[in-house]
Design a protein around this ligand. Structure first.
Ligand SMILES: Nc1ncnc2c1ncn2[C@@H]1O[C@H](COP(=O)(O)OP(=O)(O)O)[C@@H](O)[C@H]1O
Ligand SMILES: [Mg+2]
Length: 201
């Protein structure tokens, strides 16, 4: 068993084409609360893994040991390759389409970053510890908005054009019109907040 990543939340081990994700203790949290959070996220992540097609398959999970065993996705974590992608337009469309598939299943990822996407011939999502079930357009719009913020901060070059392509891909979703309307509101709200905060400073 090989430790491949020591994250803020979890240790990730690779063993025979299987990934073991173990949520580790956070000493800055009160122990009982910490254990509740880790249990909840472990359960949540395994439940969602069972329902999503473009995600690792769930092998087993234990909320006592705070461990999830899942299939290994052989590919590149998108954050590492995004900036130098040759077919970036195509990949942005693909990302939007896959987010639409998730949302149409009433799943909100909750942490849509390029570090939580793996690319090979297809695009896969990982890291569902903050995910939840919802059909609300508000939740879907916020999920998309957070992804835009990730593009803006981590892949700034042409991020507006790239995000437009993500939205183009998202048109696959049955609810895309309502979600886009709400997204505009979410963004206006964000701008208002920022302006307001700046004034207070
Ligand atoms: N099923 C998987 N297949 C391949 N790599 C994975 C898988 N799960 C996690 N990883 C690798 O481990 C990293 C961290 O996993 P993640 O679930 O995102 O945990 P964290 O909460 O630490 O962000 C990922 O960015 C990826 O490199
Ligand atoms: Mg992650």
């Amino acid at each position: 068993m090989k430790l491949i990543k020591q994250g803020a939340e979890a240790n990730i081990y690779l063993n025979n084409k299987k990934i073991i994700k173990e949520r580790i203790k956070k000493n800055y949290r009160i122990e009982q609360i910490d254990s509740k959070i880790r249990k909840f996220r472990t359960r949540r992540e395994s439940k969602i893994l069972e329902k999503v097609d473009n995600a690792p398959n769930l092998i087993k999970s234990s909320d006592k040991e705070m461990k999830i065993e899942m299939g290994y996705i052989d590919g590149e974590v998108l954050s590492r390759i995004f900036d130098s992608l040759e077919e970036k337009n195509k990949i942005c469309l693909l990302i939007g389409g896959k987010i639409a598939d998730l949302h149409d299943k009433e799943i909100i990822h909750g942490d849509l970053t390029t570090s939580n996407m793996i690319l090979n011939d297809d695009l896969y999502f990982i890291d569902f510890g903050l995910s939840f079930f919802s059909k609300k357009v508000e939740d879907k719009a916020v999920d998309l908005h957070l992804f835009k913020e990730v593009l803006k901060s981590r892949h700034h070059k042409n991020y507006e054009e790239n995000f437009k392509l993500v939205l183009e891909g998202y048109k696959k979703s049955k609810d895309h019109k309502d979600v886009f309307d709400r997204l505009e509101k979410v963004e206006t709200r964000g701008r208002y907040k920022k302006k307001h905060l700046n004034k207070q400073q």
